[in-house]
Design a protein around this ligand. Structure first.
Ligand SMILES: *Cc1c(COP(=O)(O)O)cnc(C)c1O
Length: 391
């Protein structure tokens, strides 16, 4: 069934494309737990499927919906965001050069560095927000794959996707965008020229902290995409049917959740900006953010639900604030209905590029006044807490 492309993303998501299962006319999506499918007397497969490792009908609706939301040719689900990202890199030719940003999801950065140490890829880094330096590297030492994450964890630097893609196209470089944080609602990287979009579907797409999943979307078919497909089918790292069903259920409220998170994040960023207890608010929706103009041009409908604050008083004060928050839950991950706080430097450990006084906030869909009151009480005594430490 073709996605009705003229409908808005809100309608596509709310109705999960409006698919109806023929037998009982179910309005809710069906779960497909079958691992195998019956052959006809002549040995053919009238149902069009052979075996669920590579042909599970459990993925069809969520993959088609995600491809429609991203404006892509095809989407593939994976059992985690990392499985999606690593599937794409592993589909490159051995020894391929990958150019990745300094600020990016820590787990993927570590994995890329491991791969480079084993000489399976060559790896270089660029400054997320320095478009001119990036264009110069693409001209002089074109990599096979440019990896973009924008706004980027955990400092929310912004990369100009259209400019980077134009420079990459001239260099014959493929571009992949980790669009976990903006979601297809706020940014559409394929329309800006990217070849692939990656999501940790664990985050906003599912949105309820109860599924680990990932996805890749391509703009068009290609030999690299065929290898991605083949690697999933043969390598066998596949999502379970119940997780796929839960993910689709989560995606149906994606626009509502993202809109609420954006509005609350903007309000919280504006409220804390200039507060003496906070040394800096990092949020692309603030005009003072260095990436604000680019973000305003390439993001529609908001600047995302993620922001970070640098607590006045340093690391100990930041830790104390994280410990005093009550409505915000202290946990890793992001993009769920409940708001989360995390001290990223200690999670990332030695070698982190994250400032030690930084707290990452994932804004959920709670009442924003409850979140503001929680932050206010938690920020109230950080310097006193810091003073209490022995000299
Ligand atoms: C969480 C996350 C990932 C990794 O996804 P998993 O589903 O945890 O494997 C990748 N990129 C970003 C931006 C993330 O937030």
């Amino acid at each position: 069934m073709n996605a009705p492309r003229t409908l808005s993303p809100d309608t596509l998501a709310a109705q999960a494309l409006g698919w109806i299962a023929p037998q009982h006319r179910d309005l809710a999506p069906t779960i497909h737990p079958a691992s195998t499918f019956e052959r006809a007397a002549d040995g053919s497969y009238p149902g069009g499927r052979l075996y669920s490792r590579d042909q599970s009908p459990a993925y069809d609706q969520a993959e088609t919906l995600l491809a429609a939301l991203e404006g892509g040719h095809q989407a593939l689900l994976f059992p985690s965001g990392m499985a999606a990202a690593t599937a794409l890199v592993q589909a490159l030719e051995p020894g391929a050069r990958v150019l990745a940003p300094h600020a990016m999801y820590w787990g993927l950065r570590n994995w890329l560095q491991e791969l480079a140490t084993r000489r399976q890829i060559a790896l270089d880094f660029y400054d997320n927000a320095d478009g001119e330096a990036l264009a110069a590297v693409l001209r002089t030492m074109p990599p096979r794959l440019l990896w973009i994450e924008t706004p980027a964890n955990p400092t929310w630097e912004v990369t100009d996707i259209a400019a980077a893609c134009a420079a990459a196209r001239a260099a014959g470089t493929l571009v992949a965008v980790d669009s976990t944080v903006p979601t297809p609602l706020l940014t559409r990287p394929l329309a800006l020229g990217a070849d692939f979009v990656m999501h940790s579907a664990t985050k906003y797409l599912n949105g309820h902290s109860d599924v680990v999943a990932g996805a890749l979307v391509c703009r068009e078919d290609s030999p690299v995409w065929q290898r991605v497909r083949q690697n999933r089918a043969q390598g066998g790292a596949v999502l379970g049917p119940f997780e796929a069903w839960l993910l689709l259920r989560g995606m149906r409220t994606l626009p509502l959740r993202v809109r609420q998170a954006c509005a609350s994040a903007q309000r919280i960023a504006e409220t804390l900006h200039g507060d003496a207890r906070v040394a800096q608010v990092l949020y692309p929706g603030l005009p003072s953010h260095p990436g604000h103009a680019v973000a305003a041009a390439q993001m529609q409908g908001g600047f995302g639900g993620m922001l970070s604050i640098r607590v006045a008083g340093g690391e100990a004060a930041a830790m104390a604030v994280a410990g005093r928050l009550q409505v915000f839950k202290r946990a890793t991950s992001l993009g769920s209905v409940e708001s989360l706080v995390e001290h990223r430097a200690s999670v990332e450990g030695p070698g982190t590029l994250c400032p030690p006084d930084l707290l990452r906030l994932s804004i959920g869909i709670e009442a924003v006044d409850d979140l503001l009151a929680d932050l206010d009480q938690a920020l109230d005594a950080p310097t006193r807490m810091a003073d209490r430490r022995p000299a």
